[in-house]
Structure formats: C-alpha cells, structure tokens
Write a protein that binds this ligand. Structure first.
Ligand code: SF4
Ligand code: SF4
Length: 136
C-alpha cells in the first residue's frame, strides 16, 4: 500500500472568499482527497471549516489556500502511544473521554485503540512517563 501524507487543518475565511470555489480547486489542482470534518459558513460573517486533506501536494495546497486569503491553522493529526515507555499505570484510562485508553482484563494491561481517539490530548498531559505523543 502506498502511504499518502495527510493533514488536518482549521480554516477561517471571510464572506468574500466563501463564494469562490476554493475547496474545489484545492482538490482538483493539487490532486488532494478532501474530507470535510466540520463546516460552518454564515452568509453574513466569516466561515470556518475543519478539513482532512490527503495527497502528495498537501503543502502546495496549503500555500494555495493562504494565497487566497484563507487563514490556515494545522491541527494535531494524531495521538499515538510509545509502547516502550508505557508502564500500564492506568492514569490515562480514567480521563480518556472516548474510551480509546482502557484496561484489558484479566491482564490489567492498558490498551490504546487509536480508532476511538478524538485527539483531545488530555492523556498527553497526564501520562507520567510521556508515553502519549502528538504527531502534527
Ligand atoms: S498514563 Fe501513560 S504510562 Fe500510564 S497507562 Fe497511560 S499511557 Fe501508559
Ligand atoms: S487524545 Fe484524548 S481521546 Fe485520544 S487517547 Fe488521549 S485522552 Fe483518549
């Protein structure tokens, strides 16, 4: 399987930009797969959007957005666990809001299900050995 880079980004744009086919051109001209995770476009005010973009030309696509007057903020893409550091202390399981970190019985090992992770990053702050890491 070929690995395609992807990024999660937060966009903020004025109403003058909202009418232009910027997302369409982003996908077409930079050969990117666009997944709109959240969108809020108010007719009278600015719009906001959370996108996941996937493809080899992510960086060029971001430059295009910025050149069009869109304010682009990268979001944490992924939280992952450094298995070598984790001691299964359990401190993260009580605070993980999505159940991505949980105690497996009867082994009592702490497991991480990345599919359930919502990238809130709370575990990154509470882990005493810095086993939970953020990837941008
Ligand atoms: S807080 Fe850190 S060390 Fe403890 S179980 Fe969670 S990931 Fe592992
Ligand atoms: S980032 Fe949030 S949802 Fe993901 S494992 Fe950590 S606490 Fe759970």
């Amino acid at each position: 399987m070929v690995f395609m880079p992807s990024k999660k980004i937060f966009l903020r744009f004025g109403k003058d930009i909202a009418d232009r086919p910027i997302i369409y051109r982003l996908a077409r001209d930079y050969d990117l797969v666009i997944n709109i995770l959240k969108a809020n476009v108010d007719q009278n005010k600015e719009g906001t959007m959370v996108l996941e973009i996937t493809g080899d030309q992510c960086d060029l696509g971001l430059e295009y957005l910025i050149s069009q007057g869109v304010k682009v903020t990268p979001l944490a893409e992924e939280v992952f666990r450094n298995e070598d550091k984790c001691t299964s202390c359990g401190a993260c399981t009580a605070i993980c809001p999505s159940g991505a970190l949980y105690v497996e019985r009867p082994s009592m090992e702490v497991k991480f299900d990345s599919d359930k992770c919502i990238v809130c990053q709370i575990c990154v702050k509470v882990c005493p050995v810095n086993a939970m890491e953020v990837r941008f």
